[in-house]
Write a protein that binds this ligand. Structure first.
Ligand SMILES: Nc1ncnc2c1ncn2[C@@H]1O[C@H](COP(=O)(O)OP(=O)(O)OP(=O)(O)O)[C@@H](O)[C@H]1O
Ligand SMILES: Cc1ncc(C[n+]2csc(CCO)c2C)c(N)n1
Length: 290
């Protein structure tokens, strides 16, 4: 991967500077960034059972890089039959390797899958994988938001040099501490120099992501996503304005102990959420067996 990651695009329909999200695009076949807004992405397989094989296969096929976090390799191995297993070889298995089984490790090792042992006990296998994925970012991905803003006002165009997007499979629905760690990982992914890394956490029933400060435009095709969704102010109070929901909010403060929008419904194929602070957005899959 290299400079082909860079993009110069005119803002669509005069839309204000915004962060675009297209959660279902990662499952769709034969669509590319130009036509769907789907960026190249890495698939990160965490240590939770892979229950929806169709979803899994679509994500794998569309992803540019596949990484297993330690015991995630067991989940990959166990979800596939012998023939499939040989076709779905990950790029790498990373972690302290206290969870990957010996037979699974030997299987992948024999087929040339690189295995990286990092025994650090102050960081998680999830975090170790994120560091590895960052090594696949384009070399010029550290363009700063102010550079983007300057190019917008100077030429009316938007310059994007995005870091590789991450779609993580698993991460919610198991241990509660690990589930909170998954949210923490999305905050970490938005930090550092350059534009924030976009990350989607795909679990059995939902796709979840951390909206950036400012205006977020989210593709929410009613045929595939929703209706149930929520906006969760995990990092602290925020003021939000929404469109495309059954219960919209206008300049409303959301905070734990105050107003939190859960069990909301999408009523349009596009939702917009403007927020003064990052907030988690979660939406259910419409059809669990597409
Ligand atoms: N029960 C769970 N619920 C949610 N996520 C999980 C769960 N178990 C593992 N994960 C995710 O999968 C990754 C790999 O898990 P694995 O079981 O191999 O490591 P671990 O030793 O439990 O976790 P870590 O070493 O990262 O603390 C974890 O870093 C975590 O993100
Ligand atoms: C304050 C603090 N809390 C928990 C851990 C434990 N821990 C966090 S990540 C990790 C690796 C697991 O593979 C372990 C054991 C720590 N080190 N520091």
């Amino acid at each position: 991967m290299g400079c082909e990651e860079s993009r110069v695009t005119a803002p669509t329909n005069g839309a204000r500077n915004h962060t675009a999200w297209a959660p279902y695009s990662f499952f769709e076949a034969e669509l590319d960034w130009e036509t769907t807004g789907r960026p190249p992405f890495a698939l990160l397989i965490l240590n939770l059972q892979i229950t929806n094989k169709k979803f899994f296969a679509a994500l794998w096929k569309n992803s540019r890089l596949q990484v297993c976090a330690d015991g995630g390799a067991n989940r990959l191995y166990d979800s596939l039959d012998e023939k499939e297993r040989a076709q779905f070889l990950p790029d790498r298995i990373i972690g302290d390797l206290d969870s990957v089984r010996d037979d699974v490790r030997a299987y992948y090792q024999a087929r040339g899958v690189k295995i990286t042992q990092d025994s650090d006990q102050d960081s998680t296998d999830f975090g170790k994988c994120m560091k590895y994925i960052a090594t696949h970012d384009p070399p010029d991905s550290f363009v700063t938001p102010s550079t983007v803003q300057a190019s917008l006002s100077a030429e009316g165009v938007r310059v994007q040099h995005p870091k590789m997007t991450v779609v993580a499979l698993g991460g919610f629905g198991g241990r509660v501490d690990q589930s909170f760690h998954s949210i923490h990982a999305m905050y970490v992914a938005q930090q550092g120099p350059g534009l924030p890394r976009q990350m989607y956490l795909v679990s059995d029933q939902n796709v979840t992501f951390l909206l950036a400060k400012g205006l977020n435009l989210i593709r929410t095709p009613l045929s595939t996503l929703g209706p149930c969704c929520g906006i969760i102010p995990v990092g602290g109070p925020s003021t939000i304005t929404t469109q495309g929901l059954e219960w919209n909010l206008t300049n409303a403060e959301t905070k734990f102990g105050g107003l939190v929008s859960t069990s909301n419904h999408t009523v349009a194929d596009d939702v917009s959420i403007e927020t003064t602070e990052p907030v988690v957005f979660t939406i259910e899959f419409r059809d669990l067996d597409p």
